[in-house]
Every structure is written in structure tokens, then in C-alpha cells.
Design a protein around this ligand. Structure first.
Ligand SMILES: CC(C)(COP(=O)(O)OP(=O)(O)OC[C@H]1O[C@@H](n2cnc3c(N)ncnc32)[C@H](O)[C@@H]1OP(=O)(O)O)[C@@H](O)C(=O)NCCC(=O)NCCS
Length: 203
């Protein structure tokens, strides 16, 4: 059996062909999920949108006995797909003026607390740095303690509240923002987190 706890993950730009595989994750992760059409529109028409997906890096020995995840993935395809590894997470942001605004981030429920959310967040921060964004910002449900903890780990702080922002249950949203991401201090902090994460995922 492959020990999935030892798997590493890679981040790639999202493609339209990824959208169908994202939908079960989206529908589990969010009470008001986006549609496949909304993601497709983002990818095809929103020039200010940057989206990424995470996949496990498959072990070289693909002929080794496969656990149920790989068996399922193989069962779906009659021949090896371009990406044999299932999609385990995705995220995206909009670059507006000088701000990177996270529009979505989700990890498959069976793959959480393994650093995938952090990898996606780092990929977005790196792109935002290249785009010369000044800060990264987002809205999060006030009850979403896991997401809030993830963002706080990367220096996001609550700077405001949007009352009854979520229409499904009238929940408030926290507005969270990073310190200036181009500052050397912040870049060093992210670099250190990235190294810790790599060390952890490689164990
Ligand atoms: C939020 C989410 C994307 C995190 O993804 P993930 O892959 O599990 O995140 P990571 O494993 O990279 O976690 C990184 C850190 O975030 C924090 N964190 C993540 N989930 C947490 C939880 N359930 N409880 C407490 N802290 C949590 C921890 O600090 C964690 O570091 P640690 O594991 O070393 O303690 C995932 O829980 C998810 O998909 N939730 C549903 C969708 C959602 O709410 N998206 C956010 C919308 S604002």
C-alpha cells in the first residue's frame, strides 16, 4: 500500500478541465457553493483572476499496489489521464488595483490539516508579490475558526466586519488583511513558513 501520509503536493494553475473535479470539493466545503459555470467564467473571462489547484505528487512506482484513492481515480479513466493524481484543493484571488483579494480556497475534506491550504496560500502570495500587490485581503465567516487560524498564521488580521454578509444564514464576515506583503519582514516570514512546510511535507 502507498502511505498517503508521506505524499507531497504540487500546485499548478487551474484549468477549465479541472472544474468538474473541483465541484464535489466545492459542494462539501461551502454552504453557498459556486457553480462550475462560475469557475469556468472566471478562468475564461476574468483577466484579473488567478486560480491554482493542488494535487498529490504520485510516487514513481505507479505499478505499486494502490490504495482505494488511486484505485478510484484509475477506475474513472479508461486510459491514463493527463493528470492521474486526483485534485485535493484549489484557491484563487482577484488582483484589483494594488490588492490581492482571495475569492476562494478549499481543501478536500479527507485531505485537510496536511499543509495543502498553506501551499495554496503561499502560491497566491508568491503570485501577488510578482504582481506588485501591496496587501492580500479576504472575507471569512466569523464562525470559520479553521480558516481564520490559517489566515492568522500568515499575518492576516481582522480589520473590519461586514454585517450579515452571507445570505444563506445572515452570518457576519470578518475582513482580514495582511501587513504590506512587499516588506522584507513579511517576505522573510513567508519564506520561513515555506521552509517549515517543505520540511514537514517531506518527512
Ligand atoms: C480552510 C481550509 C482551506 C484549510 O485547508 P487545510 O489544507 O486543512 O489547511 P492546512 O493543513 O494547510 O492548515 C494550515 C493551518 O491552518 C490552521 N487550520 C487549518 N484548519 C484548521 C482547523 N480545522 N482548526 C484549527 N486550525 C486550523 C492551522 O493553523 C494549520 O496549521 P497546523 O496544521 O500546523 O496547526 C479547509 O479547512 C477548507 O477547505 N475548509 C472549507 C472551505 C473554507 O472554509 N474555506 C475558507 C473560506 S474563507
Amino acid at each position: 500500500m502507498i502511505d498517503t501520509s508521506a505524499l507531497r503536493f504540487q500546485i499548478e494553475p487551474m484549468r477549465v478541465t479541472d472544474v468538474d473535479a473541483m465541484m464535489p470539493i466545492e459542494e462539501e466545503a461551502f454552504t453557498a457553493p459556486w457553480s462550475a459555470r462560475a469557475y469556468t467564467y472566471e478562468l475564461q473571462h476574468n483577466a484579473n483572476a488567478y486560480y491554482y489547484v493542488a494535487r498529490p505528487v504520485l510516487p514513481a512506482a505507479m505499478n505499486a499496489p494502490l490504495d482505494s484513492i488511486w484505485q478510484r481515480a484509475r477506475g474513472i479513466f479508461s486510459r491514463p489521464p493527463a493528470h492521474p493524481a486526483p485534485l485535493v484543493g484549489y484557491a484563487g484571488f482577484w488582483f484589483i488595483v494594488d490588492e490581492a483579494h482571495i475569492s476562494t480556497i478549499a481543501t478536500h475534506a479527507e485531505w485537510r490539516r496536511r499543509g495543502i491550504g498553506e501551499l495554496l496560500l503561499i502560491a497566491m502570495l508568491e503570485r501577488a508579490l510578482e504582481l506588485r500587490a501591496v496587501t492580500m485581503t479576504l472575507e471569512a465567516r466569523v464562525s470559520n475558526l479553521g480558516a481564520l487560524a490559517l489566515y492568522r498564521k500568515y499575518g492576516f488580521e481582522v480589520v473590519g466586519t461586514r454585517t450579515k454578509y452571507y445570505h444563506d444564514n445572515n452570518e457576519d464576515a470578518f475582513i482580514m488583511t495582511t501587513p504590506p506583503i512587499q516588506a522584507a519582514e513579511y517576505r522573510e516570514r513567508i519564506g520561513a513558513r515555506q521552509m517549515n512546510l517543505r520540511a514537514g511535507l517531506a518527512r
